[in-house]
Design a protein around this ligand. Structure first.
Ligand code: P6P
Length: 335
């Protein structure tokens, strides 16, 4: 039987081989993974743990928070604040940044996360997940401010998510491809189950919330209409559609078998560039997809090149199989 490679061993060997993972970054990733194990336990308890339902509060986005949103956020804060690897954290569930308290040593990394993405699916037992992104704190000045977080996605040093589904799987990149680790609940550790993940350049599967069709801009409407036209249409092939309404689940499917995911700008709230958040949803997912050979744009430019202006800013997201993303982006550019 082939020897199981734990997340710890994988990180140590990657660190030893190519120095991509300095000791403090390895510690950070292991702490986040351990926190995700704790979140997975809470999610798996469901109604038995009294953790379902609304927390009767709103987050910074003005969205109703679920009890598990708050629990997941607290688990990540408490797990990461004392280790000495972080200067500060930012979360979808917190308005401002969380600076590591003075009683703990400050580190050189910034951690951003959506502690529980897809939380509208919690109460109906559909896959949800934690998304995280790691940046280095800019040097040359003491302390840490929100401005330090406003770096484009190509400055990430690590990114990943943990999906809480039939399996609990951690998906990670440090810039040398994408690896997947499945939680072995008997051992209580994440075990390497796939590395060098590759997204097929073409696909027959698209993911978009079709109920918004009447609000889409022309390029998105054209692309989806052509997919729906199937074999008899300009694409000359039939397409399948999926929409889980958990970005983590839709992206995991695309990393596993290809596809294209779209959450584009639409006319419902024209002042907003999109629904999804740049810093802790689009950037980490965009980097993972690119590291697996796919592409991620906002319709006009590479998502990882977008210069953030605000911590919680939103962005239009088109990501997945490279040839499909390039087609949709071409329609936006009129090429
Ligand atoms: P809609 C979940 O709330 C989320 O942020 C993403 O995970 C998901 O892709 C999207 O929103 C679903 O949005 O409008 O279809 O409910």
């Amino acid at each position: 039987m082939s020897q199981k490679i734990s997340l710890t061993r994988y990180l140590v060997e990657q660190q030893r081989v190519d120095g991509l993972i300095p000791a403090q970054l390895r510690l950070l990733i292991e702490v986040v993974a351990r926190a995700c194990k704790g979140i997975s336990q809470a999610v798996n308890k469901g109604a038995l743990g009294g953790v379902l339902g609304s927390a009767e509060s709103e987050n910074v986005q003005g969205e109703m928070q679920k009890k598990l949103d708050i629990i997941a956020n607290e688990v990540l804060i408490e797990a990461n604040e004392w280790g000495g690897h972080l200067a500060a954290m930012a979360s979808e569930e917190m308005e401002g940044i969380y600076v590591v308290p003075n009683r703990y040593p400050q580190g050189e990394y910034l951690l951003l996360f959506d502690p529980l993405d897809g939380s509208s699916n919690i109460d109906v037992n559909v896959s949800i997940g934690t998304i995280f992104s790691v940046l280095k704190k800019p040097e040359g000045h003491p302390g840490v401010t929100e401005q330090d977080f406003l770096q484009p996605g190509h400055r990430q040093v690590a990114a990943g998510y943990c999906i809480y589904g039939p399996q609990t799987t951690l998906v990670l990149t440090v810039g040398d491809g994408v690896a997947m680790f499945t939680l072995d609940r008997e051992q209580g550790s994440f075990v390497l189950t796939q590395e060098n993940v590759q997204i097929p350049e073409d696909t027959k599967e698209f993911a978009i919330n079709m109920s918004n069709m009447r609000h889409w801009d022309a390029p998105v409407r054209r692309y989806i209409d052509e997919c729906l036209a199937g074999k008899e249409g300009p694409r000359g092939k039939d397409f399948n559609m999926r929409w889980v309404a958990s970005m983590v689940a839709d992206v995991h499917r695309i990393l596993t078998r290809g596809g294209i995911f779209l959450y584009p700008w639409d006319k419902r709230e024209p002042e907003k560039p999109g629904k999804l958040r740049l810093m802790y949803e689009a950037n980490p997912m965009g980097w993972l997809v690119e590291q697996a050979g796919g592409a991620a744009t906002n319709g006009m430019q590479r998502i990882l090149d977008v210069q953030p202006q605000k911590l919680h800013e939103r962005v239009s997201v088109i990501l997945g199989s490279r040839n499909e993303v390039e087609r949709v982006t071409g329609y936006h550019k009129g090429t």
